[in-house]
Design a protein around this ligand. Structure first.
Ligand code: HEC
Ligand code: HEC
Length: 319
C-alpha cells in the first residue's frame, strides 16, 4: 500500500513538473521575426477575379471577416458589410478570451504594405510583429500557392472601405504563446491543376474542410486516422453541433454519394437564406458561401476525399 501511494505521489509530482515546465516553456516562446518581402503587386483584373472567388467561396476570408447572420442557417454574411470584420470569438463559442475578426477593407489595411499583408496572411504576424491566434488559420495558409495569395490581396485592395473599428483582442499569455509557437515562414505548394485529387487535397485543407470534419484529441489536434470522420463539436445555444462524417465510409460517411449528389448538396444552398427555425439547429459550416464553389472544384474535393481511407464513425449531429 505504502509503495503504491509513494508511486502515485511520484507520478503526480512528475505530472505537475511536466505541466509547469510546459507552461514556462510557452511563456518564453516568442514569434520568429520573419522578414517583410519587398512586394509591389499588379492588381490585374484576372487576379482580382480569382481573388474574389478564393476569398469568398473557397477560403472563407470574407465570411470570417464580416458579421454573419446567425438567425439564418450557415450564418451567411449580413448584407452590406463585406470584409468589415466584427465576428466575435469568445466564451460563447468555447474560446477562452476574446478575439474579434478584423476589418480587412482598405479602411483598415490601407496603410499595410503588400509585403506586410503577405506575411500576415501566410505567417500570422501583425505588421507590428505580434502573432495572431490561429482562429485566423495562418497555420494552413502557409501552404497557399503564392499566386493565390497575390490574387486574394489584389481583391482585398478593391473592397469598399468600411469605417468599422473593433475592440482589442484579450488573450492570456498562454494563449498568446500558442499563436507565437505556430508562426512559420511560408511553404507554398505548387499544385498540379490538372490532377483533381491533388487540387482537392489542397482545397480541402485550406478551405478548412479537413480541420472541421476531423475529431480532435485533448490537445485540440486533429486525429490523423480519423480524417474526414466527423465529430468535431461546435457549441450552439445549450447544445453542441457536431461535424458530419464526410469520409468514404458508405454507412456512416458519404461513401454512397455520387459526385453529382455531392455537388447538388452544396448548390442547394446557392442564394438561400433559410431561417434556423426551419432547420432546428445552426451550423458553423458557411453553406451559402461554399455553394459558390465551382462544380470542378467541388468534384476535385470529392475526388480527394474518396481517395482517402474510409472512417467508420457514427455521428449524431446535434446533442
Ligand atoms: C475562421 C475565421 C477566419 C478566417 C477563415 C480568416 N481569418 Fe483573417 N483573421 C481572423 C481573426 C480572428 C483575426 C485576428 C487574429 C488575432 O488578432 O489574433 C484575423 C486577422 C487577419 C489579418 C490581420 C489584420 C489585423 O489588423 O490584425 C488579416 C490581414 C487577415 N486576417 C486576412 C485574412 C485572409 C486574407 C483570409 C483568407 C485567406 C483570412 N484572413 C481568413 C479570422 C479569420
Ligand atoms: C467551420 C467548420 C466546417 C467547415 C470549415 C466545413 N464544414 Fe462541412 N460541416 C460542418 C458541420 C458542423 C456539419 C454538420 C451540420 C450541417 O452543416 O449540416 C457539416 C456538414 C457537411 C456535409 C453534410 C454531410 C451530410 O451527411 O449531410 C458535407 C457534405 C460537408 N460538411 C462537406 C464539407 C466540405 C467539402 C467542406 C470544405 C469545402 C466543409 N464541409 C467545411 C462543419 C464544417
Amino acid at each position: 500500500m505504502k509503495i503504491l501511494i509513494k508511486g502515485l505521489l511520484i507520478c503526480v509530482s512528475l505530472a505537475l513538473l511536466a505541466a509547469s515546465g510546459t507552461y514556462l516553456y510557452f511563456l518564453v516562446i516568442l514569434p520568429p521575426d520573419l522578414p517583410i518581402a519587398e512586394l509591389k503587386l499588379d492588381r490585374t483584373p484576372e487576379r482580382v477575379a480569382r481573388g474574389e472567388y478564393l476569398a469568398t467561396a473557397v477560403f472563407g476570408c470574407v465570411y470570417c471577416h464580416s458579421e454573419r447572420d446567425w438567425e439564418l442557417f450557415g450564418g451567411p454574411i449580413k448584407p452590406g458589410g463585406l470584409g468589415k470584420g466584427g465576428e466575435r470569438f469568445d466564451e460563447s463559442v468555447g474560446f477562452p478570451g476574446l478575439i474579434v475578426s478584423t476589418n480587412i477593407t482598405p479602411y483598415h489595411l490601407g496603410d499595410w504594405s503588400d509585403g506586410e499583408l503577405y506575411r500576415a496572411i501566410v505567417s500570422g504576424l501583425h505588421k507590428d510583429g505580434y502573432a495572431f491566434f490561429p482562429v485566423m488559420p495562418f497555420d494552413v495558409y502557409l501552404y497557399l500557392e503564392t499566386e493565390d495569395v497575390y490574387s486574394i490581396m489584389a481583391y482585398l485592395r478593391t473592397l469598399e472601405p468600411i469605417a468599422a473599428d473593433h475592440p482589442p483582442r484579450q488573450l492570456s499569455n498562454f494563449m498568446q504563446a500558442i499563436g507565437n509557437s505556430r508562426v512559420k515562414p511560408a511553404e507554398p505548394w505548387v499544385v498540379d491543376q490538372d490532377d483533381p485529387v491533388a487540387r482537392g487535397e489542397y482545397l480541402s485543407i485550406i478551405a478548412g474542410c479537413r480541420f472541421c470534419h476531423t475529431p480532435a484529441d485533448e490537445r485540440r489536434q486533429g486525429i490523423p486516422e480519423m480524417r474526414f470522420g466527423g465529430g468535431l463539436g461546435f457549441p450552439w445555444q445549450d447544445k453542441t453541433v457536431y461535424s458530419a462524417n464526410i469520409s468514404a465510409d458508405p454507412d456512416t460517411g458519404i461513401g454512397n454519394w455520387t459526385v453529382e449528389d455531392f455537388i447538388a448538396r452544396f448548390k442547394a444552398y446557392e442564394n438561400q437564406r433559410i431561417p434556423v427555425s426551419e432547420v432546428g439547429y445552426n451550423t458553423q459550416m458557411a453553406w451559402t458561401e461554399y455553394a459558390q464553389l465551382t462544380e470542378s472544384d467541388l468534384a476535385a474535393i470529392y475526388a480527394y476525399i474518396m481517395s482517402q481511407p474510409a472512417v467508420r464513425n457514427e455521428v449524431t449531429l446535434v446533442r
